[in-house]
Design a protein around this ligand. Structure first.
Ligand code: FES
Ligand code: FES
Length: 184
């Protein structure tokens, strides 16, 4: 295409040079040009957060980020998190049952990484708030928060095991608010 420009960026610690058209998004670039299909396309219009990656260490919705805006920047996808073994967040999501269909999981984990990078000891409320831009249709969020709190404890050097929350307090801050009907 005539409007394509070559852009340089660093993806998961490695330099990449990619052709990007004016209308290409970072999601197009990562999935279609670089084959990083861990970046999910849930809605392609900025609503679900499944496409969340880290851009210069901060969560960004790849479907809403023009590819050319990533020129010269560092991008981290879920493929870049493990370092020979699963990242503590990845491990904790498995142990705590924070994964069901898995479609939101890469975005959840990357949003959680950004949260823990800035706040290594968040409260449950802060975790729910920090992940509020990534919708999950399956889990009800409790076990996602359990997973993040578990990983946070381990990353602080504490010995921690899965401990599931029994309260649904705070759910309204994740995604769209809803009411529990018939709950006692
Ligand atoms: S795919 Fe980007 S917000 Fe839904
Ligand atoms: S695990 Fe299915 S959307 Fe979150």
């Amino acid at each position: 295409m005539g409007d394509e420009a070559r852009i340089e960026l660093v993806v998961n610690g490695r330099p990449a040079v990619v052709a990007a058209g004016r209308s290409d998004t970072l999601l197009d670039l990562l999935r279609d040009r670089l084959g990083l299909t861990g970046v999910k396309n849930g809605c392609a219009q900025g609503d679900c957060g499944c496409c969340t990656v880290l851009l210069e260490g901060r969560p960004a919705k790849a479907c809403m980020t023009p590819a050319r805006k990533a020129a010269g920047k560092r991008v981290t996808t879920i493929e870049g998190l493990a370092d020979g073994q699963p990242h503590p967040l990845q491990q904790a999501f498995v142990e705590a049952g924070g994964v069901q269909c898995g479609y939101c999981t890469p975005g959840q984990i990357l949003a959680a990484k950004a949260l823990l990078d800035g706040n290594p000891a968040p409260t449950r409320e802060e975790v729910l708030q920090g992940l509020s831009s990534v919708l999950c249709r399956c889990t009800g969020y409790l076990r996602i928060a359990d997973a993040v709190l578990l990983a946070a404890a381990r990353m602080r050097g504490e010995s921690a095991e899965v401990r599931h929350a029994t309260s649904r307090a705070g759910l309204s801050v994740v995604g769209r608010p809803f009411e529990l009907r018939g709950a006692t």
